[in-house]
Design a binder for this molecule. Structure first.
Ligand code: COA
Length: 329
């Protein structure tokens, strides 16, 4: 029987590209308005990767900050997991390129494809590998260049998403003394894959001139169904944590930065103040797998991670998948 030991977050990092795409910029591209976007989503601007950047380049910059924060070198890493749906290419795994560019000569690597829940799922894989004693230093990245799969003729989707990356290093809690992993969940509702997807480019609909002509290589979404689903599961996940630990333990909720209105509606249903929530959606939009780790690093910098209190990260998205992680800071 393998050893089970407490696991902590030794380091956090985030990176967002310099280029800013504002709502006013989008008004010139599609039939939309700053007022509509802000009212429905809270988003004011989002970041767009430079032409010469790929998803691994964004991830490497976040990872370097996380490694520095953790005080370990890339060579000390044993495993790299990259959560992404916009990897550098379908294969090999983007984690392999990240490892190579970081100089992580002693690490293995693979990707996790779980869209907006990717970082939360990958973190649970990492924490459980460290808890078992099999690994001591695991890097998890959440990185996306969603702008490369957005249809800038489709106002239903192109206003919502942006590019960015975040990273976390997991080690035994004894080695870092912060961010102790307490638990989490991974769930899905099958049969709803079509609500939010990139229809072409896989075995169901291989890339072809026809798939491109039909714009099936771009993201498609049924917004209203996603909205209802996200509010429902967000509220349930947070209620369950409060039932288990008590409201006095709750420090900060760092949800997937999906949409300000979804977050506010769920918090209203739970009956909790928005003061518990860390949000940066107005600056970055929805960055899928990158949203939670970017917000986590920014919450850390803003002093929102209170010693001894719970940090809860609920996430939800394509699949439809959802899950959460709980850490005691
Ligand atoms: N600008 C202006 N109008 C837009 C628009 C935009 N960017 N995008 C959509 N619309 C239009 C639609 O075409 C539709 O027009 P119609 O009624 O003439 O057909 C209308 O707005 C829909 O309006 P409404 O029903 O008020 O929208 P909504 O309140 O449902 O908000 C979303 C739309 C997309 C913002 C909302 O459904 C949502 O946030 N869904 C979740 C999306 C998400 O977060 N996905 C990622 C999950 S990980």
């Amino acid at each position: 029987m393998a050893e089970v030991r407490p696991v902590g977050i030794a380091g956090l990092g985030r990176y967002v590209p310099d280029r800013i795409l504002t709502n006013q910029d989008l008004e010139k591209i599609v039939d939309t308005s700053d007022e509509w976007i802000v009212q429905r989503t809270g988003i004011r601007e989002r970041r767009i990767a430079a032409d010469d950047q790929v998803t691994s380049s964004l991830a490497v910059l976040a990872a370097q900050q996380a490694l520095e924060h953790a005080g370990i070198t890339a060579e000390e890493l044993q495993l790299i997991i990259c959560a992404t749906v916009t990897g550098d290419q379908p294969f090999p795994a983007t984690a392999c390129r990240i490892g190579c560019d970081l100089g992580a000569k002693n690490a293995g690597g693979f990707d996790v494809s779980a869209a907006c829940v990717g970082f939360v799922h990958a973190s649970q894989v990492a924490t459980n590998l460290v808890a078992s004693g099999a690994y001591d230093r695991v890097l998890v990245c959440g990185a996306e260049i969603l702008s490369r799969i957005l249809d800038y003729e489709d106002r239903n989707t192109c206003v919502l998403f942006g590019d960015g990356s975040g990273a976390a290093v997991f080690t035994p809690h004894d080695d870092c003394q912060q961010g102790e992993y307490l638990g989490g969940s991974m769930s899905m509702e099958g049969g709803a894959e079509g609500i939010l997807s990139q229809p072409a480019g896989g075995s169901r609909h291989p890339a072809s001139a026809d798939s491109v002509a039909q714009r099936l290589h771009f993201m498609k979404m049924g917004g209203t169904r996603v909205f209802r689903f996200a509010v429902r599961v967000f509220a349930k996940l947070v209620r369950d944590v409060i039932d288990q630990y008590g409201i006095d333990q709750l420090g900060c909720i760092i949800p997937h930065q999906v949409n300000q209105r979804i977050i506010e509606t769920a918090m209203e249903q739970i009956g909790l103040s928005m003061d518990y929530v860390f949000c940066n959606i107005h600056r970055y939009g929805n960055t899928s797998a990158a949203s939670v780790p970017i917000a986590l690093r920014e919450a850390y910098e803003a002093g929102r991670l209170e010693k001894g209190k719970l940090v809860v990260m609920p996430a939800f998205g394509a699949g439809m998948s959802w899950g959460h992680t709980i850490f005691r800071w």
